[in-house]
Design a protein. Structure first.
Length: 296
């Protein structure tokens, strides 16, 4: 999936070699656009939007695969339902995407705190040290989780497409012609990846939690839940800041923790996967051009 200023585009290769595209224009909602201009709030809004959009496009890919396997019953029923059914489906997928993101954040926020409290509660009393160990546990759980799911064929293929997307973007930013041979020369890592955001939420969380005192497990968990929006908002601003410094020789290292995580969330793609990514990116550029010409 590639996101332009006005449209999101996903490409899926069918068994016959042809490509199927999903174009989703960005809807401009005044009050949402207003929130996106407010520091620390815009990060939360952006993450929720990204989760909803990502779920919608993954659903499109899954439905395309199901149709090719001869299991298109769900799609046919939705077509009979008309516009109302389509809207319900999109809203349902978006809701599941947002819910999955929130559930994941809750799990990776609360479980490390519970484990740390259980193992080290009576070992020492320094709460800053407790927070640091909690952060280490969170990183270990996160890395372990990503590593083990990456061993499954489906997730590994998803990570290969993730790497292909990064290569295409890097080639485009370098001014190279988007051919398979040119794109494959680039790295699968990219500064503006959401994987970097995940790492920053862990690091920023350790810092923010260290300013507060808690008495017991219940208060600790309540603090984590209440502060979660703040951690997300600050992490987003830090990510924007590090992205703006990626060309500064020394300060560019601030973005390295996110790049290290991408060693797990991206894999070297096959040429056929790069072809799909190039087609999706070009389709996005074409859609952007059509939209801009229509406004002129």
């Amino acid at each position: 999936m590639f996101a332009g200023r006005n449209v999101h585009v996903t490409a899926v290769r069918k068994k016959d070699g042809s490509l199927d595209f999903l174009e989703v224009p960005k809807k401009v909602t005044p009050w949402v656009q207003g929130l996106k201009k407010i520091p620390f709030i815009r990060g939360i809004v952006g993450i929720i939007e990204s989760s909803a959009k990502g779920a919608q496009h993954l659903n499109f890919s899954a439905e395309s695969f199901a149709e090719q396997e001869g299991d298109a019953d769900t799609t046919k029923k939705e077509e009979k339902g008309g516009i109302f059914s389509s809207i319900s489906m999109v809203l349902g997928v978006a809701f599941v995407g947002v819910l999955s993101f929130l559930f994941g954040k809750f799990i990776f926020t609360l479980v490390p705190a519970i484990i740390e409290q259980f193992l080290f509660q009576n070992v020492f009393s320094n709460q800053i040290l407790h927070n640091l160990i909690e952060g280490v546990i969170k990183i270990i759980l996160l890395v372990g989780y990503i590593y083990f799911i990456s061993l499954t064929p489906m997730i590994r293929r998803l990570f290969q497409y993730h790497g292909a997307e990064h290569k295409v973007i890097s080639a485009y930013e370098a001014g190279m012609e988007l051919t398979v041979s040119n794109v494959q020369k680039f790295n699968t890592l990219h500064y503006r990846c959401g994987s970097s955001f995940i790492v920053f939420t862990v690091l920023i969380g350790v810092v923010i939690y260290s300013f507060l005192h808690y008495d017991g497990m219940v208060e600790r968990i309540v603090q984590r839940l209440i502060l979660l929006p703040l951690v997300i908002g600050v992490s987003y601003e830090v990510l924007r800041f590090t992205n703006s410094l990626r060309d500064v020789p020394v300060l560019r290292y601030l973005g390295y923790p996110g790049l290290w995580l991408q060693l797990l969330t991206t894999k070297e793609p096959e040429d056929s996967q790069v072809e799909v990514s190039i087609a999706s990116f070009n389709r996005m550029l074409e859609a952007e051009k059509r939209i801009m010409e229509g406004r002129a």
